[in-house]
Ligand binder design. Structure first.
Ligand SMILES: Nc1ncnc2c1ncn2[C@@H]1O[C@H](COP(=O)(O)OP(=O)(O)OP(=O)(O)O)[C@@H](O)[C@H]1O
Ligand SMILES: [Mg+2]
Length: 275
């Protein structure tokens, strides 16, 4: 089976130009990261601020090019630096960001926000765009009456539901979620995580879930990759990584948070496999 997403030794350097007071320098944000994710699975990417998580997310979402290495989506190599991407390729991968207010245009009604990806990328007629937006609104737990409202009229959790709905309008296979619940209250976090789990089952979505919160990762991940200064210092199934962390950074990270409840992870995995 081909992986939905595969990364081979991805490298990303940022060149920071010099000024009168400072020499030009290069930030090595990614130093050769490799992993693969299969259909319907969730890879969680964990690590402290500045370790390269969002850089990786933007490369996977085809927003930024890698400096070196290979990215394969559905088994096909993609290189946005060299060749123009087909809209089919772009549609396959979508992203949801941490800040649901910043990522929604405050002057657009929800219906227009949801229909916009269809306007830009497809020839779907207006009537059908409206129908699809209505359907998606309900899928993410909102109501038809919300269609004509503006982003400021919603709570943070509702706004993140809108951002998720927008990301799903083009039927992507892969969703990159960059700290999607970090800005939300704990109780709302759980609701949005449950929604993401339901949507994943319904649409066979593959997730790359970026987070610094281990309790969230424990809940949602199949595989876990721990990053440290641009490198993957740990990569394996959730069970392996949580029950037997290898790298000293991971051990410190885990020690700083409530101990992993391996029994509950195993129970959930058993339930999932049984279902
Ligand atoms: N556009 C850019 N230009 C220059 N340096 C950048 C750029 N984007 C990121 N960096 C640098 O690359 C490194 C990785 O940044 P990145 O945003 O990927 O980290 P992160 O793991 O997402 O952090 P956080 O948890 O704070 O979101 C950091 O040192 C950052 O300063
Ligand atoms: Mg980030």
């Amino acid at each position: 089976m081909t992986h939905v997403l595969e990364a081979r030794s991805l490298v990303r350097d940022y060149h920071i130009p010099g000024s009168l007071f400072r020499k030009a320098r290069t930030v090595h944000a990614l130093k050769g990261v490799s992993f693969a994710v299969d259909e319907g699975k969730t890879l969680a990417i964990v690590g402290e601020s500045g370790c390269g998580k969002s850089t990786l997310g933007r490369i996977i979402t085809l927003i930024d090019p890698a400096t070196a290495g290979e990215l394969l989506i559905d088994g096909r190599k993609v290189d946005i630096a060299r060749e123009g991407l087909t809209s089919e390729m772009r549609r396959k991968v979508q992203i949801v960001f941490q800040n649901p207010y910043g990522s929604l245009n405050p002057r657009q009604k929800i219906g227009d926000i949801l229909a916009e990806p269809l306007v830009i990328n497809t020839k779907v007629p207006a009537g059908e765009r409206r129908d699809r937006a209505m359907t998606m609104l309900k899928k993410v737990g909102l109501e038809e009456k919300h269609y004509n409202r503006y982003p400021h009229m919603f709570s943070g959790g509702q706004r993140q539901r809108i951002a998720i709905a927008r990301a799903l309008m083009l039927n992507p296979k892969l969703l990159v979620l960059d700290e999607p619940v970090s800005a939300l209250d704990l109780s709302v976090q759980a609701q949005v995580l449950n929604l993401l789990a339901d949507l994943q089952d319904e649409f066979k979505l593959t997730y790359v879930f970026i987070s610094h919160d281990l309790s969230v990762v424990r809940y949602i991940a199949d595989d876990v990759m721990v990053m440290y200064y641009g490198e993957a210092v740990e990569y394996g199934s959730r069970d392996e990584v949580f029950s037997n962390p290898q790298h000293s950074y991971t051990k410190t990270l885990f020690a700083a948070t409530p101990r992993a409840d391996v029994a509950s992870i195993k129970a959930r995995l058993a339930r999932k496999n049984a279902a």
